[in-house]
Design a protein around this ligand. Structure first.
Ligand code: DAH
Length: 370
């Protein structure tokens, strides 16, 4: 009698195996799993009957039912893997990748001419043994003026059209401002290291001034060499070597005009000779030829001993030269833009035209030109 009630495990196994076989997708396969092994599945219910059996009977039926369960579970897993493999093969066949197609043209950024020129400056001066130094754009009165030998009542302060911060934003009792030149980096360099020094300091500077050749924010590069036996001859050679490398011409002549800066003594303004080639004014050539002349490069001189002393160095032991030039104008002269304001307008058409590739790293040996 018991025998009659016994389910036909063999038949059940065949039925379930057939259902697994014909399953064509993960959904139908999962339905078979639930039907067999789910909470109320046929195999699960069989397992539940083990509890009501006599120990002898369980000894026989237990392994049979459990065996069936693991066989079905194994078959479902195997089928699942097969279906996944099939699906992958199908996808690989349908989603082919044509590696010979040209890539989509995505917009690329470009390097602003000012950044490009700063990179070129760093490259050229690195070859001459100069490091790049930096300083804050928000400066205090001492670094921007006083230590540079520009005392409180000095007319040079008024000449700088300084952007001051309010009286409630003083630091250590000192007025704060947007730096009016890169010269305070001279002070920061001399007060934070040991001489000798050989640095350039390119960066942003600010003055309350705006027209076609002046913008409230502009860029300068400062140069400073401090050692024991530096002369104006070194200054002249350094600047000549720099302009020749920068403009990539050997026929550039410089002219030193006596001038005045509080932080240098003696001081000179430096002019570069220009000539006209193909109707265009270019740096180099004969300044005394037809249409030739001189244009300003920047200010320079031997660092004033008051400045060296303000930095706690002995001016009888240490001396050297300094110079300062506008970077924006260097870029305009080299790359042929004529309105400084366009540099800072953020017009994409302008930067697409005048910008440089980020991969175009300037080096002296490979040339710095575009
Ligand atoms: N700081 C000056 C300015 O902005 C430029 C300058 C002149 C810098 C002479 C120097 C220098 O280092 O020696 O007008």
């Amino acid at each position: 009698m018991m025998d009659q009630q016994k389910p036909d495990l063999e038949q059940l196994k065949q039925d379930l195996s057939a259902a697994i076989d014909v399953a064509t997708g993960l959904d139908t396969l999962d339905a078979v799993r639930v039907h067999a092994l789910g909470k109320n599945g046929v195999v699960t219910n069989l397992l539940k009957t083990l509890g009501g059996m006599s120990p002898e009977e369980r000894k026989v039926e237990g392994p049979r039912i459990n065996g069936l369960r693991s066989e079905i579970a194994g078959a479902i897993e195997a089928k699942k893997d097969a279906l996944a493999a099939e699906e992958l093969a199908e996808r690989m066949a349908s989603e082919t990748l044509d590696l010979s197609l040209p890539p989509k043209d995505t917009p690329k950024g470009s390097v602003h001419p000012v950044s490009q020129v700063m990179d070129e400056l760093a490259e050229i001066f690195a070859d001459l043994g100069f490091a790049v130094a930096t300083g804050p754009e928000i400066e205090d009165d001492w670094h921007n003026f006083t230590a540079l030998n520009i005392p409180e009542s000095h007319p040079a302060r008024a000449m700088h059209d300084t952007f001051y911060f309010g009286e409630n934003q003083m630091r250590d009792g000192m007025p704060m401002m947007l730096r009016t030149h890169t010269s305070p980096v001279q002070i920061r360099t001399m007060t934070s290291g040991e001489p000798p020094f050989r640095i350039i300091a390119p960066g942003r500077t600010y003055r309350s001034d705006s027209d076609a050749t002046h913008t409230p924010m502009f860029h300068q590069v400062e140069g400073l060499v401090i050692d024991r036996d530096i002369t104006m001859g070194h200054l002249k050679w350094t600047l000549e070597t720099f302009v020749k490398a920068f403009f990539e011409r050997d026929d550039i002549v410089l002219r030193f005009r006596p001038s005045y800066f509080p932080f240098t003594e003696p001081s000179a303004e430096i002019d570069m000779g220009f000539s006209v080639e193909n109707g265009r004014r270019i740096v180099g050539g004969d300044p005394n030829g037809p249409d030739g002349g001189w244009m300003e490069l920047g200010g320079s001189g031997m660092v004033n001993r008051h400045v060296i002393a303000a930095c706690n160095l002995d001016p009888d032991e240490w001396q050297g030269f300094a110079f300062g030039c506008g970077i924006d104008r260097l870029a305009m002269l080299k790359y042929g833009m004529d309105d400084l304001r366009a540099f800072f307008d953020g017009d994409l058409r302008w930067i697409e035209h005048y910008g440089f590739s980020a991969l175009d790293v300037p080096t002296l040996s490979a040339g710095v030109g575009a």
